[in-house]
Write a protein that binds this ligand. Structure first.
Ligand code: FES
Length: 216
């Protein structure tokens, strides 16, 4: 939510409550991927970089591929025009998202194959003490791995706010703080520590043969 919208929600809670309920109800018959792609298009039309970053990340989390995001932008060409589409592509490239990097380096065939999730061997479980967190680069993605007893959680290193790639230096004990705008997360749960912040994106994970495996 933008600062201006948050202000209006506080200053005019009743009117804005109706407005937000209206927006939520509008997409109730659409699947989550379609809703996200339409939101991406509206952010590009309004040229709000923060919104575009936020909804692109959400679209990828809902299972959209980079190729589908680009298709949505290109299909909206009559409304967006070339200059807005180029503006959006500049923003998407600056986000440094692995899905778009794959598309840029290997073309549509690789991008189409990329969304198929598979298990990745992230690290040796013995290298992570109880209560510790490690930042690991694995198969083109960076993740934070947090261990609590026999349980292991694996989080994407991309901030759920605007997809900043959170560095190792952002770790303090079990708290991860994004350097860009200060969103902080509890690695034991993945939840944001401030109100109205989204949780870290968590990948399915398991221990097998002494290794930490994660699926993305
Ligand atoms: S990108 Fe804004 S807090 Fe991380």
């Amino acid at each position: 939510m933008s600062d201006a919208l948050a202000f209006l929600v506080k200053a005019r809670p009743e009117a804005m409550g109706h407005y937000l309920a209206f927006l939520k109800d509008c997409g109730s018959h659409l699947d989550p991927k379609t809703r996200c792609l339409i939101s991406v298009i509206t952010k590009v039309h309004a040229q709000t970089e923060r919104g575009l970053r936020q909804y692109t990340k959400r679209a990828l989390r809902e299972g959209c591929s980079a190729a589908e995001v680009l298709d949505a932008l290109l299909m909206a060409f009559p409304a967006l025009g070339l200059s807005r589409i180029l503006w959006a592509v500049d923003v998407l490239l600056a986000m440094d998202l692995p899905d778009f990097q794959r598309l840029a380096s290997a073309g549509p065939a690789a991008a189409a194959a990329a969304p198929e999730p598979r298990w990745h061997d992230v690290m040796a479980a013995a290298d992570l003490a109880n209560g510790a967190t490690a930042r690991v680069d694995c198969d083109g993605r960076s993740v934070f791995v947090h261990r609590s007893g026999r349980s292991v959680r694996v989080y994407d290193s991309l901030c759920p706010h605007q997809a900043t790639n959170i560095p190792h230096l952002a770790l303090q004990g079990a708290t991860l703080t994004c350097p860009k705008h200060g969103w902080a997360f509890d690695l034991a749960t993945g939840q944001g520590l401030q109100p109205d912040t989204q949780p870290l994106n968590r990948w399915p994970s398991r221990l097998s043969g002494g290794r930490v495996l994660a699926r993305w």
